[in-house]
Design a protein around this ligand. Structure first.
Ligand SMILES: Nc1ncnc2c1ncn2[C@@H]1O[C@H](COP(=O)(O)OP(=O)(O)OP(=O)(O)O)[C@@H](O)[C@H]1O
Length: 229
């Protein structure tokens, strides 16, 4: 489980996270929702230890984040961070050299799942295929948690559908996934838990299936109620 406990973060005098608390479980997809600039990426960076936060704590499987946390959690950013002149095969080799947790078998399966060609250069990929390679590089690591910043942003509907499909496949299995988005429609059916953010705080967190079963409301219905108050 990832536990975010009362995390506070300021950039200069601006308070971006003002006591954020929520949990994300293995085997579930947790979705952080909020308008641009609400602090979603800052939360992911904090979990990865990339951004120091001023107060609060973050635990991964009960342990405070530390220099070995990257063995349990990986961050898939919203754009490929590999050199553009690399081919997909070279990028995969780079990951294999760099990470003990690289799972070549899963990488090969993901390559087939996304119908990507190993010989293609990263610089020549379409936006959709670029997003898929990015996902492949993150999902092929044997880690408990995968964090993704806006995996659906700016890509066509067919790529979005294919990416959505991977989340329900064995390729994600029992791992915990945290996704940020400000567009819920594409992934509403996939997500287990929703965390609604605004003004540096969590306005509401809920299990989407439970709310649907007990109150007959969709995630968007709840968002309307919470954000229109
Ligand atoms: N390194 C930084 N220095 C100063 N301010 C920053 C820095 N990083 C983020 N911010 C500010 O913190 C706030 C939250 O940014 P963040 O990127 O976490 O938001 P977000 O919810 O992910 O937004 P988006 O949906 O646009 O990706 C913004 O106002 C941003 O300008």
């Amino acid at each position: 489980m990832i536990e975010i406990k009362d995390v506070r973060k300021k950039f200069g005098r601006k308070t971006v996270l003002d006591g954020v608390s929520f949990t994300a479980n293995r085997g579930e997809i947790t979705c952080l929702i909020g308008i641009n600039g609400v602090g979603k990426t800052t939360i992911l960076n904090s979990i990865m230890g990339l951004t120091p936060f001023s107060k609060g704590e973050i635990l991964i499987n009960g342990e405070k984040i530390n220099k070995n946390s990257y063995e349990k959690v990986t961050f898939i950013p919203d754009a490929i961070t590999m050199l553009p002149q690399m081919t997909i095969a070279e990028a995969m080799q780079f990951m294999d050299d760099f990470y003990n947790s690289w799972n070549q078998e899963r990488a090969t399966e993901l390559l087939g799942f996304f119908r990507l060609k190993e010989t293609e250069k990263l610089s020549s990929l379409s936006k959709g295929n670029s997003a898929k390679v990015n996902l492949l590089l993150g999902l092929a690591l044997d880690v408990d948690f995968v964090l993704m910043d806006e995996p659906f942003s700016g890509i066509d509907i067919f790529s979005r559908e294919q990416i959505a499909e991977v989340f329900t496949s064995h390729l994600v299995e029992d791992r915990g996934v945290i996704i940020t988005t400000h567009e819920i429609n594409d992934i509403e059916h996939l997500i287990d838990k929703v965390v609604l953010l605004d003004n540096g705080v969590v306005l509401k967190q809920f299990n989407s299936e439970e709310v649907r079963a007990s109150e007959g409301k969709s995630v968007v219905d709840v968002m309307r109620e919470v954000y229109k108050q």
